[in-house]
Structures are given as structure tokens and as C-alpha cells.
Write a protein that binds this ligand. Structure first.
Ligand SMILES: *Cc1c(COP(=O)(O)O)cnc(C)c1O
Length: 365
């Protein structure tokens, strides 16, 4: 009996039968450009500050951590600005956990969450894990979403939760705030919680406004962020949200007590004190991102406008073959399962060069 058969004999929930776990490949190759990490790493002075902060926590490690992680919430609010205070901020182990907690509080059996694919692949998985039905909205042929279309779809579906990803993963393009405003209004009838996932906000082109500016007067609006991308801290697992204080109170009903370890809290607070150093490479990454867009266009491919640290590109005759050819050269990128498209993370200049050289060879240029 193989493991799948043994799994099928377990008394697993019916709605989880036949499902597949999230599984971006974790392959050990020299150039890793497949999960949109910040490949520059953590600067030395930030690393030293984190090491000291963690060491200082060891003395009290026999005690439970601050359940309210107040110092961290205060530091996150100060980083976000926009007049936010710790009462507006919540955090968890990655924004994935933040989104899961939101679904635990506002989704669940008998309720629906709506997203607009292609978008972040975790939304349907988080919905499934929390017993929330997932409704897939539609975009235009070139993967864009207009305010009129999004609002009409939300009005028709009357979901309990809406995910708007801006900049959108995997396409990279930011949404205009007109879309957020229109979806919020369209969600009035079903009292939808509207989550704007801004995991890549720090990489947006200058002048791209954040949905944080829309929070005043919108108690059903939530903006989620993460330290996994711009802050180069994917391994630390720290995501957060900004919303009305009562949204944070709703999450307190479902969160596990002490879900943020003392080590995580100390790491994130120390990192935020060094946010300038940690974010210093964002501009360099944006330069490589824009370079990829220009060079892919020159190769006759069709890169999407990107406000993120990755580029989604079409015009690939055989994505699987190109993905494999790059891997053979030690360059791992992402096949997101959309015909004729691939996605690549913008890394250092050297990594970007390795990617472009390998891609040229793969395409026979
Ligand atoms: C990477 C990513 C996240 C971040 O996940 P973490 O759990 O914070 O590491 C959230 N949303 C989107 C769209 C992402 O691409």
C-alpha cells in the first residue's frame, strides 16, 4: 500500500480529499529566482542587531512571550505611517497566517471568499483549509482588472471576503485605488471584508498609492503586508496587517495564544530599527526588474508591467522546456501554470545576467 492509499484510508475531511499542498519547488541551485525572495540577503549591521536582540530574549525563554506583541505592533505602525497606531496593526507568522486568521474570523463553513485569478495561489488553499468556499472572478485577456468589472462581479457574487492582490502575484501589476474603492462599495450589501494584499508594495513604481490611504472610514478594509519580500526576511516569518482596531479584535478571537514567538518578535523589532538598511536594496532590485522587462521585450517576449520584484512574461512557446533548460543552467524560475507564460524574480545584477544569458540560449538567440 503506498502512502497515497494510506492517506485515503484516514478519516480526512471530505473537502480535503484529493487536494494538493502548496509546493513551489525547493531545489538547491546557484540562482534561485522562483519565490520572489530578496536575494540580496540581510545586511551585516541588521544581522548583528537581530543576533543581539535574540540573545537578549534567551534569558526569558522559559516564559510565554507578550501575547499582544505590543512593541512590535508599535514599530510596524511607525513604519507604515499614515497616522496608524498599534491599535490598527496585527501580525502573525507570515502574511499567509494573517490571511488564514482573517478567513477563520470572517470566512468559514457556509461563507465565501472571492479572488481574481491569476492571483496568489494561496488564496484558494487558505479558503479550503478554513472551510470557506472560494469563488474565482475573471480578469481581462491581458490579466487586468477594472473597477467596473471587479465591482460588478462582487455585487453579483456577494462574497463575505474579497482578496485584491496589489501588486498582483503572479502578474506583477498594481491595482488602481479606484478598483479598491469600487469593490469596497460593491461589498456593502454582503458586508464583505476587502483584503488588499500589498506583499510587494515597497517595489511599486513611484507615485503608486497604497490602499493604506483608504483605511479611514472603511472598517471592512484590510491591508496586508509582509517582511518576507522587501525586508529580506522570508525565513523569519513575519506578516502583518493594518485595519480598523475592531478587525484586530476579531482576529484575537481565533488566533492561537502566543502565536508569535519571543524570537520572532525580537527579530522583527530589531529588523524594523534597521529598516533603512534592510530596504536599501529595494532600489537595486527595481533596476534589475526594469532591466528584465526591457530585455525580454527585446527578445520578442511579452513582459507585463511590473510594480513588484518579479516579472511575468508571455510569448513563450514551450514554458516547461524553457523552465527545464534554465534549471539545467542552475537558474530556477517559476512556471505558474499559465499557458505560454513564466515568472522570474529580480535578483542581483549577476543573477539577472545569469537568467538572461540562460534564457537567450534556451530561446536560441
Ligand atoms: C509572498 C507573498 C506573500 C507573503 O507571504 P508570507 O507568508 O508573508 O511570507 C503574501 N502575498 C503574496 C501575494 C505573496 O506573493
Amino acid at each position: 500500500m503506498d502512502q497515497l492509499e494510506r492517506l485515503n484510508r484516514l478519516p480526512l475531511r471530505d473537502d480535503l480529499r484529493g487536494q494538493h499542498p502548496y509546493g513551489a519547488p525547493q531545489i538547491d541551485v546557484p540562482v534561485l529566482l522562483n519565490v520572489n525572495e530578496n536575494t540580496f540577503g540581510v545586511p551585516l549591521d541588521a544581522k548583528e542587531a537581530i543576533l543581539k536582540a535574540v540573545a537578549d530574549e534567551l534569558e526569558g525563554l522559559n516564559r510565554y512571550p507578550d501575547r499582544e506583541f505590543t512593541e512590535l505592533r508599535r514599530a510596524l505602525a511607525a513604519y507604515l505611517g499614515h497616522g496608524l497606531t498599534e491599535a490598527n496593526v496585527w501580525a502573525a507568522n507570515g502574511s499567509n497566517e494573517v490571511l488564514q486568521q482573517l478567513l477563520q474570523a470572517f470566512g468559514g463553513p457556509g461563507r465565501t471568499a472571492m479572488g481574481f485569478p491569476p492571483t496568489y495561489s494561496m488564496y484558494p488553499l487558505l479558503a479550503s483549509g478554513t472551510g470557506t468556499a472560494y469563488l474565482a472572478g475573471v480578469r481581462t485577456q491581458d490579466f487586468l482588472l477594472t473597477a467596473e468589472s471587479a465591482a460588478a462581479q462582487v455585487r453579483a457574487a456577494a462574497p463575505n471576503v474579497v482578496f485584491l492582490c496589489s501588486p498582483n502575484n503572479p502578474t506583477g501589476t498594481a491595482l488602481g485605488l479606484d478598483v479598491v474603492r469600487a469593490v469596497y462599495e460593491a461589498g456593502e450589501a454582503s458586508q464583505a471584508i476587502v483584503i488588499v494584499d500589498e506583499a510587494y508594495a515597497e517595489f511599486a513604481h513611484d507615485g503608486t498609492p497604497s490602499a493604506l490611504t483608504l483605511l479611514p472610514g472603511r472598517p471592512r478594509l484590510v491591508v496586508s503586508r509582509t517582511m518576507s519580500k522587501a525586508f529580506a526576511l522570508a525565513g523569519a516569518r513575519l506578516g502583518y496587517l493594518a485595519a480598523a482596531p475592531e478587525v484586530c479584535d476579531a482576529i484575537r478571537l481565533v488566533r492561537l495564544p502566543y502565536h508569535l514567538s519571543a524570537i520572532t518578535q525580537a527579530t522583527a523589532v530589531a529588523a524594523l530599527r534597521h529598516s533603512d538598511a534592510l530596504l536599501a536594496n529595494v532600489e537595486a532590485i527595481k533596476v534589475q526588474r526594469d532591466r528584465i522587462v526591457v530585455e525580454l521585450g527585446g527578445l520578442g517576449l511579452a513582459p507585463a508591467r511590473s510594480d513588484a520584484n518579479f516579472v511575468f512574461f508571455g510569448g513563450v512557446a514551450d514554458p516547461q522546456a524553457v523552465w527545464e533548460a534554465l534549471l539545467a543552467d542552475g537558474v530556477l524560475i517559476r512556471d505558474v501554470g499559465i499557458p505560454h507564460h513564466l515568472r522570474v524574480t529580480a535578483g542581483t545584477e549577476a543573477e539577472t545576467t545569469a537568467f538572461l544569458d540562460s534564457l537567450r540560449r534556451a530561446l536560441g538567440h
